[in-house]
Design a binder for this molecule. Structure first.
Ligand SMILES: NC(=O)c1ccc[n+]([C@@H]2O[C@H](COP(=O)([O-])OP(=O)(O)OC[C@H]3O[C@@H](n4cnc5c(N)ncnc54)[C@H](OP(=O)(O)O)[C@@H]3O)[C@@H](O)[C@H]2O)c1
Length: 323
């Protein structure tokens, strides 16, 4: 089979190699899938560059999520040849991939391969952020930063399902339209308009109850100035490149919580919550309330161009590859 391999960490343009590799063999409860679609994520770039908190042994095939059809199973596998699966792990940027039991789900009838490949990371992350970490309540105001990004689009859609009024920020008019299409009630171009004043104007001076922050840096600094009494800021990521700091007296004076989210680590600490969330998310999808926004679908061989779309901030929603 062909796959993208990394022998040394660095800029993806330099270190990604398209190579012929041995097709993996499923063992135990594993299933071998013929990959039909692959979802890209911002952390793919961080991982290849050696800048992600999770480290990987070299060499490796990067790529964290995808969907495909089972062509071979291990002796204890619960799936059968022909089943359609979505899975997560390492090694997605390949024509064939071994799906591990813990992170694999059957794709429901009616869900396309592309939607399945784009589903797990963004909806699981945003569901955990809003439901489990922030305990978002109906009637609350949710501020989603980078609302047109992968996890951002998911957070807007889920925020509306959970009954919140959603304000979304983004860096261009095209992206503001994407936020509106996902259901945002109000949008702010944070490249042009002041986040703090805009949020205060939209909330009678109170601020947002929950702030979902994949950006960090200046955006986090501003969030701490437009958060309501009892508000919760969920730290999701640092796409701005700067990890912000906050003085604890501000947390006290605002009576607020700053809460971290590391969704991937739930697979180790509380995996049952991931299975429960998946059932809920499938129900939302079946009802038509969740729909991944797909920016573009590239051939697998064009992975570096697809990663460019993310790293240059051109993309919105999910970028997908198909072998
Ligand atoms: N905590 C977790 O468990 C978890 C899980 C998944 C992802 N994440 C993190 O969440 C973040 C977003 O991931 P994603 O897959 O949704 O990414 P994405 O689709 O690429 O969206 C990220 C957005 O960040 C904004 N941004 C602001 N400054 C940027 C910069 N300097 N460079 C690039 N983008 C910038 C961009 O929107 P504008 O152009 O509108 O500003 C972009 O659309 C990443 O940091 C990722 O590592 C965390």
């Amino acid at each position: 089979m062909n796959a993208w391999k990394v022998y040394e960490l660095g800029d993806y343009r330099e270190v990604l190699k398209w190579e012929e590799c041995d097709q993996p063999k499923p063992e135990g409860s594993e299933a071998l899938i013929k990959v039909k679609a692959i979802g890209l994520n911002f952390p793919d770039i961080l991982g290849i560059a050696g800048k992600h908190q999770s480290k990987t042994e070299l060499p490796y095939i990067p790529g964290q999520e995808g969907a495909g059809e089972v062509i071979e199973v291990g002796p204890d596998c619960e799936y059968k040849v022909g089943d359609r699966l979505m899975t997560m792990g390492k090694g997605a940027f390949a024509e064939y991939w071994v799906a591990k039991k813990e992170t694999t789900f059957k794709v429901p009838d009616g869900m396309t391969d592309v939607d399945a490949a784009a589903f797990q990371m963004i909806y699981q992350t945003s569901y955990f952020g809003l439901r489990i970490r922030a305990d978002l309540q109906p009637g609350e105001v949710l501020l989603v930063h980078a609302g047109a990004g992968g996890v951002g689009t998911a957070a807007i859609q889920l925020g509306k399902i959970m009954g919140a009024t959603v304000i979304a920020t983004a860096g261009s008019d095209v992206k503001l339209d994407i936020c509106r299409q996902c259901g945002a009630d109000h949008v702010i171009n944070y490249e042009k308009d002041d986040i703090v004043q805009s949020v205060k104007d939209l909330t009678d001076g109170k601020g947002a109850d929950v702030i979902y922050d994949p950006v960090g840096g200046d955006v986090f600094d501003k969030s701490s100035k437009c958060i309501n009494w009892n508000g919760r800021i969920v730290i999701v990521g640092f796409t701005s490149g700067r990890i912000a700091e906050i003085k604890t007296n501000r947390i006290l004076l605002k009576n607020m919580s700053v809460t971290g989210l590391f969704w991937g680590a739930y697979r180790i600490h509380q995996p049952h919550l991931i299975r429960e969330a998946q059932e809920v998310l499938y129900d939302y999808y079946a009802a038509g309330d969740l729909k991944p926004v797909i920016y573009n679908n590239y051939p697998l061989k064009e992975l570096p161009d697809a990663l460019d779309a993310i790293s240059t901030r051109a993309s919105y929603g999910k970028v997908v590859l198909t072998p």
